[in-house]
Design a binder for this molecule. Sequence first.
Ligand SMILES: [Zn+2]
Length: 262
Amino acid sequence: MSARYGKYTWPEIKGMDKDRVVILPVGAMEDHGPHLPLDTDNLIISRLSEAVAESIPQEVLLLPTLPFGFNEHHKDFPGVIYIQPETLMHFVADVACSLAHHGFRRILLLNGHGSNHPVLDLAARKTVIATECLCVSASYWNLIGSAIAEHRSSKIGGIAHACELETSIYLYFDPDSVQLDKAKKSIVHEDSNKYLCLDLMGGSKAMAMQWWSAQTEDGTMGDPTVADAGKGKLFFDSAVKATVELIREIRAIQLHPRKDHH
Ligand SMILES: [Zn+2]
């Protein structure tokens, strides 16, 4: 049985197990340093979603990747396609509410781009307020903190954007598209900072919302020079395993009707 949502007819969707978790992958089209293509977030989140769907096809349905995200703060770098956060939130909530309208009860917004994270949290909240379904928002790197800690070579600050993590995963899937000779280390925040140290493993307790081009010369944040395909496979396999576990948890949640106490 296919896990691809669009491969079904409407009578098949009508008869579908509505406890399958519908995955909406959300990426971005933006600068990833001089060494990685613009589609880095899309490649990673699409491959991750596809691998998850292949490993548990009876338990999920996979929507196409939404390839644009919230990243206007990147627009000084040529090539960025930026969507307003309000637009993205409404668009994603509309997709999720459509699913709820057809009876699906469990939705996962699976994110591949940092600044989408708070927007998708809000979209999930809006969906839950508007419908009776469960909508979960997750950014893949947050699921694999321990694997990142185990396999990384860079110190905190080395994994943020076009970094050791993203470059390693891209090298694993498509090394011919990575211009590793152009990769430069760019640690933006000092790891001695107590509160401001952006790292996807969770360095920063506060977020400095600056223009991207004001912080980094070539768009890189982190250390891509220590990336390799072997680490990319380790990071990616961890992300697949973690996402499958998350989906099983989503499926196991007992859904109770809301209770208005007025
Ligand atoms: Zn990225």
